[in-house]
Design a protein around this ligand. Structure first.
Ligand code: ITT
Length: 195
């Protein structure tokens, strides 16, 4: 079955492909030109739906299943920031590295080396049959330095509960088992397999 991903994030595409081996997973940019989607929702769920609906409409093909992922990291000592603003934490055109180092600086500014934190992923599925949303979470802590090159985004500063190394250092297989995205996708698959 063909799943079209409403994302421009290559880290997400790589992970979703690895977690959905039974499906043909295609980023929407392989079907139509990429376009800007204004994510002005107030929650991960709303933003995931905004992205999935926009791509479903633009594809204009009733037979596709469109899946969008809206995700981010929430840090306890920063009152759950950056949360839904994770992708633009260091500014509108910020890169993953800019955002990572801003979060490190913010921890240092609070005078801490570590804080409990968690990732959230909301996945929206839009098809001609209707709209669905599911969530997944991964708990752990962030540290005020970046270690390792694995994963993407904030992974070099995130240590999952039960581990002593960052997702930047741990094998991809560890994140595949534990992540917010893999948990949400597990639920999404239960919906998709009924189509
Ligand atoms: P799309 O909207 O095109 O999917 P995006 O990168 O803008 O791409 P989001 O709005 O969902 O996606 O923002 C998610 C940000 O949260 C992302 O840029 C990362 O910085 C961070 N993030 C989410 N999941 C992550 C993960 O598994 N590992 C590391 N960082 C993650």
């Amino acid at each position: 079955m063909k799943l079209v991903l409403a994302t421009s994030n290559r880290g997400k595409v790589k992970e979703i492909k690895a977690l959905c081996k039974d499906y043909e997973v295609i980023p929407y940019s392989e079907l139509i030109d990429e376009f800007e989607i204004i994510e002005d929702g107030n929650s991960f769920k709303e933003n995931a739906l905004i992205k999935a609906r926009a791509v479903f409409k633009a594809l204009n093909d009733e037979n596709v299943i469109v899946l969008a992922d809206d995700s981010g990291i929430s840090v306890d000592i920063l009152d759950a920031k950056p949360g839904i603003y994770s992708a633009r934490y260091a500014g509108k055109d910020a890169t993953d590295k800019d955002n990572l180092y801003k979060l490190i600086e913010d921890l240092k500014a609070k005078g801490v080396e570590t804080s409990p934190a968690h990732y959230t992923a909301a996945i929206a599925i839009v098809t001609k049959k209707g709209e669905y949303t599911v969530h997944g979470w991964m708990y752990g802590k962030v540290i005020a330095k970046a270690i390792g090159n694995g994963g993407f985004g904030y992974d070099p500063m995130f240590i999952p509960s039960g581990h002593s190394k960052t997702l930047g250092e741990l094998d991809d297989e560890v994140k595949k088992k534990l992540s917010h995205r893999s948990k949400a996708l597990g639920l999404a698959k239960l919906i998709i397999e009924n189509f």
